[in-house]
Design a binder for this molecule. Structure first.
Ligand code: ADP
Ligand code: MG
Length: 321
């Protein structure tokens, strides 16, 4: 069992950012209105994700760290991208590869309970003091899977990957407050807000920058969002956020379409700053369900491309969507 778990762990959790993504998705699934994320050593030394969601009862704590135990079968929540086949894998995988501790107190309970799993060994839950909600602490990631540990980059690089995951998830749930502290530095402190305010905060742009509201429609698909004029740009693509049907994605078709839309107006080597929300009829998009990736396949790629390019170019020309 322990060996199987360790093999599975490397597949599901390939770096700190993947673990943070799973923990944040769990918190969102639990209805969190406030999320606190804090990392040391780029997440390898320690990551703490605390939420004010429904919590986990002491009996369910033991189940939560067992393989294939999920309370969510058949549930299609907003950002939960891992569909059948990878359900119930995250916590056991993290527990197999690291020192995992989950403290949780469901609403109405008089106290919290904590369970620990270290390198695949589970210790019985014990009562502790704790607030409502759940706090997950992961320490020494991959201490039990040295082969995986070897592939880790520096704490700075791993931390940057985590930051990018946190920002993308934060866009998907603007009604959830986010605080993110990376190696002692507060990176995000976002209140519950509407999508426009959340996008502006994540893009680090405002109406003063000429922040444009966009909207377009084509063949059952809709595109909305916020884009910055070409005068606001970045040296990398880290100012680009995309949600497809409410889920954060990194998709080459969308990225290319954004680049093409700006090609004539932005300086070479500069990257546009955009937050795009695309909705596609579910039967026209295939989400490849490997937990470490977010790959999309659109039934009609050309239509997606022209929707994005057309809507963005119109907005750039006319200054409005
Ligand atoms: P999955 O999310 O696919 O169900 P996980 O291994 O990520 O699998 O989590 C296992 C179970 O633990 C979840 O189904 C859920 O019931 C519970 N759980 C995990 N994290 C939280 C949380 N932050 N708040 C409430 N319940 C949680
Ligand atoms: Mg999960």
């Amino acid at each position: 069992e322990v060996i199987v778990n360790r093999i599975a762990a490397g597949e599901v959790i390939e770096r700190p950012a993947a673990a943070v993504k799973e923990l944040i998705e769990n918190a969102i699934d639990a209805g969190a209105l406030r999320l606190d994320i804090s990392l040391d050593g780029g997440g390898v030394e320690r990551m703490i994700v605390t939420d004010d969601g429904v919590g986990i009862s002491p009996d369910d704590l033991t189940l939560a760290v067992e393989r294939h135990c999920t309370s969510k079968l058949g549930d299609e929540t907003l950002v939960h991208i891992n569909t059948l086949g990878f359900r119930g894998e995250a916590l056991p995988s993290i527990g197999a590869a690291a020192r995992l501790s989950i403290t949780s107190r469901p609403k109405g309970e008089s106290g919290a309970w904590r369970i620990r799993v270290e390198g695949g060994k589970t210790y019985p839950p014990e009562p502790v003091a704790g607030a409502y909600g759940t706090s997950v602490v992961v320490e020494d990631l991959f201490f039990a899977t040295p082969a995986r540990r070897k592939f880790l980059k520096s704490a700075r690089v791993e931390g940057r990957h985590v930051e990018s995951v946190v920002r993308r998830l934060a866009l998907a749930v603007p009604q959830t407050a986010f605080r993110f502290v990376l190696d002692g530095r507060e990176v995000l402190d976002l209140p519950a807000q509407d999508m426009a305010a959340r996008a502006a905060a994540l893009l680090d742009a405002s109406e003063a920058d000429g922040f444009l509201n966009i909207a377009g429609e084509r063949e059952g698909m809709t595109l909305s969002g916020f884009i910055c004029p070409p005068s606001v740009h970045r040296s990398t693509a880290n100012g680009q956020f995309m949600l497809v049907n409410g889920r954060p994605v990194v998709d080459p078709v969308l990225k290319t379409a954004v680049r093409v839309a700006y090609r004539r107006v932005i300086e070479p080597g500069r990257h546009p700053v955009v937050a795009l929300m695309l909705t596609v009829p579910p039967e026209q998009v295939d989400v490849n369900v490997h937990p470490a990736k977010t790959e999309l396949r659109f039934a009609d790629e050309a239509a997606v491309r022209s929707l994005v390019i057309g809507t963005l170019q119109r907005a750039l020309e006319h200054g409005a969507g």
